[in-house]
Ligand binder design. Structure first.
Ligand SMILES: Cc1ncc(COP(=O)(O)O)c(C=O)c1O
Length: 393
């Protein structure tokens, strides 16, 4: 008999399957359950992107082969142009652009490059659960930076200096945020950049959602626009959400050259390259129009209105901060409960509604649940009809 505890590394043994996937697996076993647990949008990859991939499969006999580890030169060139258009920052497609198999893989390579056991990474709390697990898998330590719920889940710049130690290597940031939907204002991001420069920290900006800002979109500030931070920032963009390409596993990073040289070694040894066919699709996504993004945003804005209306009808169950971007809301549970996990399990078992317990996103997420409103209106309505029947006001 194999003694698994002898074989499995402590770093992996101590990590957890994300509660998002755990709830998805549990709800798959409950017949007729409706899920607001997983941030998987209902959209299909736009037709022109799928067509470009189909054409390449039909016409390019080399499309099934590896590309260079940092990605196809033509795609990197496209990314460099796109990045300059979005941020006004010129980058070198050879020295600064790196094609990834999505932001999770990109982040993993970056953490691999920087973390020694015991090194610390500051993360917003609540924040994206998989970042915590990735850090742990490298023997690193995540340091929660509590967001201010009363201020709309905003950054608390004052608290930052109390979190830094000799072992701090980086700060991970997601704006618009998963799981709160908050968008961080320019002044707080600039303050964070100053702090990172002062303490020589790397800023890892994980960006799945900057195309999905609903309120005051013109005020949205992408920290990748700050040229002064360029040498100590990795900007990660994923095609998963903006282009409905989550299954293609494609993203890119903009990194300083010193970091690119290290990431190249990790890629070479672990992934070789992002899927070639996905890179072809990515070129179509970046070089085609942006109408589909506008369309996704409009649909999601309507779903946000719907979920907020439904939340307004259940003040005896939830209190919430209106999300400004992404497609998540993290209401506080005001109904009777012990903790967010117990509440989520009861909700699934007794009302057949699947949500993600807020504790999955860090200590400040406890007593909350995350609801993803990227699903169809009917699912949002059915979930809230069941919730209202389960706990009438
Ligand atoms: C903050 C954050 N990072 C990364 C991802 C996943 O990105 P990808 O599909 O590119 O790996 C998500 C998806 O929910 C996310 O919310």
């Amino acid at each position: 008999m194999v003694d698994a505890s002898q074989l499995i590394s402590r770093n992996v043994e101590g990590a957890k399957l994300s509660a998002i996937k755990e709830m998805a697996m549990r709800s798959a076993k409950v017949e007729g359950a409706v899920s607001l647990a997983w941030g998987l949008p209902s959209f299909s990859t736009p037709e022109h992107i799928r067509r470009a991939a189909a054409d390449a499969l039909a016409g390019d006999p080399d499309v099934g082969k590896y590309t260079l580890p940092n990605g196809m030169a033509a795609l990197r060139e496209c990314v460099a142009q796109h990045h300059a258009k979005m941020t006004d920052v010129e980058v070198d497609s050879e020295k600064n652009v790196f094609i990834t198999a999505g932001n999770m893989q990109g982040m993993n390579s970056l953490l691999h490059c920087i973390l020694e056991p015991g090194d610390e990474v500051i993360l917003t709390d609540p924040g994206f659960a998989s970042h915590v697990q990735q850090i742990r898998m490298f023997g690193g330590v995540s340091v929660p930076w509590p967001l201010d719920e009363d201020a709309g889940w905003q950054l608390d710049s004052q608290a930052l200096s109390g979190l830094i130690t000799q072992r701090t290597k980086a700060i991970i940031l997601v704006t618009p945020s998963n799981p709160t939907g908050a968008v961080f204002p320019k002044e707080d991001l600039v303050a964070l950049a100053e702090f990172a420069k002062k303490h020589s920290l790397l800023v890892l900006l994980d960006d799945p959602y900057s195309d999905l800002v609903y309120d005051r979109a013109h005020e949205f500030f992408n920290l990748a626009m700050d040229r002064s931070l360029f040498d100590q920032m990795a900007y990660l963009f994923t095609f998963s959400k903006s282009h409905a390409m989550s299954g293609w596993r494609l993203g890119y990073m903009i990194v300083p050259d010193w970091l690119r040289q290290q990431v190249l070694k990790v890629h070479d040894a672990t992934l070789i390259c992002s899927p070639h066919i996905s890179q072809v699709a990515g070129m179509a996504a970046l070089s085609g129009g942006r109408e589909h993004i506008e369309q996704f945003r409009n649909i999601l804005a309507a779903r946000r209105r719907l979920i907020c209306e439904r939340l307004d009808r259940v003040p005896h169950i939830f209190e919430y901060v209106k999300p400004e971007g992404a497609y998540y809301v993290l209401p506080r549970i005001v109904a009777d409960h012990d903790n967010s996990f117990e509440f989520s399990l009861r909700l699934l078992d007794e009302a057949r509604v699947s949500v993600t317990p807020g504790s999955a996103f860090g200590p400040s997420g406890e007593h909350h649940v995350r609801l993803a409103f990227c699903v169809d209106d009917d699912d949002i309505n059915m979930a809230f009809d069941r919730l209202e029947a389960w706990l009438p006001g």
